[in-house]
Structure formats: C-alpha cells, structure tokens
Write a protein that binds this ligand. Structure first.
Ligand code: GLY
Length: 381
C-alpha cells in the first residue's frame, strides 16, 4: 500500500498514476481534496512569464511540464469526463510607465539569454491583441507557449480519475504521525488508527514541514506564503480579456495578473505575504490588487465581484519543488511547489510515480531532491 499525505493536485495526480498502474494507494486529506492551494490557484501554466533570475534550474522542468499539460488535460477528460478548460491563447506581460518598460526590457534581454520564445510588442500591438488594456500600456512581451487551466476543474477531474482507477480517498483525516522504524517508513498514524505503507508521499503543501514523526534530516524546508485573490465576472459572450495578462506591481502585489476563464470569471492575483497560516482577507490586500489591476485594465471598474479568497503557497527555501526519495527509506517528497503547483503537476506525478513503481530517479527530478538542502555550500574563490 502507498499512502499519500495531501489531496491537492499533486497528491491526487501521483495517486492516479499509481492506481492506474494497479497498485493499492490511499490519499489522506485533512480537509477536502483539492480545496487547499489548488483551489486558490489561478491555474497559470507560465514557465516563461514567471521565469526568475536565479531560478534557471527550474526552467527546463517547468517547460517540460507545460508541454505535457495538453496531453494531461486530454487524458483527464477521457478518464473523468471533466474538461479542465485548457486555454492556449498565450500570455502577455505589460509595462505601464518608463520604469516598467525598462524593467520589462531588462527581463526580455534576460529571457533571450535563456533562449525563450517571446515576442516584443509595442503598446499599440498589445492593444490589438487585447483592446481593453489601458492606453498607459506602452510595451509588452508576448509568450505564445504560456497557457492556463482551471485549477478547480483540474482537481475535480483528478479526484474523479483517481477514484475511477481504484484509488482510496479519505477526506477529513489528518495525519498525526509518520511512522518510522530504524531508517524506514512503516506507515502513518491518524488518531488511533495506524495505516501500514511501503512508502509514504508527503504532498501536504504548506503543512508538509510540520507533520510529526518526519525525522529532522528529512523535514522539508517549506513554509506558507499567503496569496489573496479576487474573481470578477465578465460580461457573458463579451469577455474583457482572452489572454492571461501580467502587469507590474508593488510591495504586497509584486506582479498583478489576470486569468480569464471560459466560465466568465476573471481571476486577479495575487498578494505575496509572509503571514504564517493566516488566510484572512485584508482591505489593503484587496485594495492593492484592484488598484494595480485597474491601472492595466480600467474596464474592471464595472465588473461584479464574484468571489474573494486567500490560499497558501508551499514555498521551499529556494522556491523550487522538493521531489522524490529522501534519506529515510520509503519517505518520498512531492511538495514545495511555491507558485508552480498547477504547472508542475504532470511532471511531479510522472516522476514521483515512476520512482515509487520502479525505483527510478529520473534525471530531470534529481536536482529537485531534498538532499540539495543538505549539501555543504561550495566555496566560490
Ligand atoms: N502562480 C501565481 C501565484 O502564485 O500567485
């Protein structure tokens, strides 16, 4: 029996792969499956637009996962009957004033050194693609290969596919302890119940670090990073946006983004806040989101508010995911996905499941194992 702690997109996707391979698997979810960071996510598949300095190692994995998403969405539709709203219009990153434009030029030059496939647009060209963008948009970058899905539909599809493949899902079950004997995981304890397992996968998002029983050497350095979001409702048949759009930001909202969904919701995100496990909404957070969104897309002023919420990104110490085996036999990581949980779900599922089924550590997963945090810092004389 495999036990997966956490029923978010990655836990369910790994479980689906294992169940589809005919192996017994149980996902234990402390709340409701798919209602944590997955529920909160905008669903952007944006390895290029979200590329950051000093995160170059992540780019190939992120690009690979993005390329797999269309097939993953098709597979999910076939297995669950649920369309995850995969949209491939691409992504536009806009600049509003001289400062933004210089920053965008700097990013564009950097992106080119990475060999990314991006196009520079004038403000006029950006508005030709998205006519409702503000007149103040002076320049933009277009990425034809950064896409999006509806993360809530993806979670629903994965849950259905996982159950249909024979996986067991237990919701409302918090794991109180990871059971370890010698240097080997033997199972988990939830309340008075002990569940034996040949391997335990930690896919518990922001909670992954704090689960009792994980030996100190295998405790993943993951912390919650709060993101407040708002959804507006676009006019039926006349959406104000079709592409994912990124704008500039400040302090609480480092880069505002818009993710228009086919059901008419326009998701606007997100704050980035170190607030522990607090998921409260604040006037300042929502104000900053709307203020910055309004500057790029003034037409939002008239749109009704559909929903507001906050989620917790599981941020690792270097912002990259933590995947695969650890120094404790049978204890396996699938956590720390930070801003990229939806994007990285297909590769996380495939590589972690391959390890569990065959013992194979894929070369692409190797740099993201937990042991990278235990290596001594190399001298740079
Ligand atoms: N990937 C978007 C966010 O984390 O807000």
């Amino acid at each position: 029996m495999f036990v997966i702690v956490g029923g978010g997109i990655c836990g369910l996707a790994i479980g689906w792969r294992l169940a589809a391979a005919g192996r017994p698997v149980t996902v234990l979810e402390r709340g409701e499956a798919g209602r944590g960071a997955t529920w909160a996510a905008a669903g952007m598949l944006a390895p290029q637009a979200e590329a950051e300095h000093a995160e170059e190692a992540l780019l190939p994995l992120a690009m690979e996962s993005c390329a797999r998403w269309r097939g993953f969405a098709d597979e999910l539709l076939a297995a669950s009957g649920i369309d995850v709203d995969y949209r491939d219009e691409g992504t536009i990153v806009v600049a509003l004033d001289r400062d933004d434009r210089e920053h965008l030029e700097h990013r564009f030059d950097y992106f080119r050194t990475l060999g990314l496939d991006l196009e520079w647009l004038s403000g006029y060209e950006a508005r030709q693609r998205e006519p409702c963008l503000a007149r103040a948009v002076t320049a933009a970058i277009y990425s034809a290969s950064d896409h999006q899905v509806d993360s809530r539909r993806a979670a629903a599809a994965l849950k259905a596919a996982y159950l249909a493949a024979g996986g067991i899902l237990r919701e409302g079950v918090a794991v109180d302890e990871i059971l370890v004997s010698g240097n080997r995981v033997t199972g988990v304890r939830a309340g008075d119940e002990e569940i034996a397992a040949e391997a335990v996968v930690i896919a518990a998002g922001a909670w992954s670090r704090n689960i009792p029983g994980i030996p100190e050497a295998a405790r993943p350095p993951v912390r919650p990073l709060k993101g407040q979001m708002i959804a507006l409702r676009m006019e039926t048949g006349n959406p104000i946006l079709r592409h994912v759009v990124w704008g500039p930001g400040l302090s609480l909202v480092p880069q505002v983004y818009f993710a228009p969904k086919s059901d008419g919701r326009l998701l606007i995100g997100a704050t980035v806040e170190e607030m522990g496990f607090d998921t409260g909404l604040t006037g300042g957070g929502l104000f900053e989101l709307l203020r910055q969104a309004y500057e790029a897309l003034p037409g939002i002023y008239e749109l009704p508010v559909d929903e507001t919420w906050a989620g917790l990104r599981p941020a690792s110490r270097d912002d990259a995911p933590i995947l695969g085996p650890t120094s404790v036999d049978g204890l396996v990581m699938a956590t720390g996905h930070h801003r990229n949980g939806i994007l990285l779900a297909p590769v996380t599922a495939d590589y972690v499941a391959r390890y569990l089924l065959d013992g194979e550590v894929a070369a692409a997963m190797r740099p993201f194992m937990l042991d990278r945090f235990r290596r001594p810092v190399e001298a740079t004389a």
